[in-house]
Design a protein around this ligand. Structure first.
Ligand code: HEC
Length: 135
C-alpha cells in the first residue's frame, strides 16, 4: 500500500513537475527542521523557530481520524489541511500542541505558492514520515 502511494506521489510530482521536497527546502525548512529526536528537540528548544516537521506531521496524522481507515482518504484529508494551513494558519483550527503555540506563536501565512506546490509539499510531508517515529 505504502509503496503504491509513494509511486503515485512520485508519478504525480513528475506529471505536475513539482517536487514536494524542493518546495519544503525553499519555503518551510528555515523554520521546520526535517527530522530530529525528541530529546534533541528538548535540548535545542530555545533555538527553534517552529516545531520540527516530523513532529508536525505525526501529530496531524494522529489527529486526523477517519472511520474506515482508508489510507488514501486519510492522506487526502491531511493534504487538504496542510495545503490550507500554509496560506491560512489560524488559532481557530490549529492542531499544534498548546505549548508550541505559547512558545512560537501561530505560523505566519505563506503566500505565493501555487496549488500544485502546496499539494506537492503536503503529500511530501505525509509520505516522508511514514514508518518514522518521533521519540
Ligand atoms: C517563519 C517560520 C515558518 C515557516 C517558514 C513555516 N512554518 Fe509552519 N509553523 C510555524 C510555527 C511557529 C508553527 C507552530 C504554530 C502553529 O501551528 O501555527 C507552525 C506549524 C505548522 C503546521 C501545524 C499546524 C497545526 O495545526 O498543527 C503545519 C502543517 C505547518 N506549519 C506547515 C508548514 C509548511 C508546509 C511550510 C512551508 C510551505 C511551513 N509550515 C513554513 C512556522 C513556520
Amino acid at each position: 500500500m505504502i509503496k503504491i502511494i509513494s509511486a503515485i506521489s512520485i508519478l504525480s510530482s513528475l506529471l505536475l513537475g513539482v517536487d514536494g521536497y524542493e518546495v519544503y527546502k525553499k519555503n518551510c525548512a528555515s523554520c521546520h527542521i526535517e527530522i530530529m529526536k525528541k530529546a534533541e528537540m528538548m535540548k535545542k528548544f530555545s533555538t527553534l523557530k517552529a516545531p520540527p516537521m516530523i513532529q508536525v506531521a505525526l501529530r496531524l496524522k494522529e489527529n486526523i481520524i477517519i472511520r474506515n481507515e482508508d489510507e488514501d482518504v486519510h492522506r487526502h484529508l491531511f493534504m487538504l489541511f496542510v495545503k490550507n494551513y500554509i496560506e491560512n494558519p489560524s488559532i481557530d483550527y490549529i492542531m499544534c500542541h498548546p505549548q508550541a503555540i505559547d512558545t512560537f506563536g501561530v505560523m505566519k501565512s505563506i503566500k505565493g505558492l501555487s496549488q500544485e506546490e502546496k499539494e506537492a509539499v503536503a503529500y511530501w510531508i505525509y509520505d516522508r514520515y511514514e514508518d518514522v517515529d518521533f521519540e
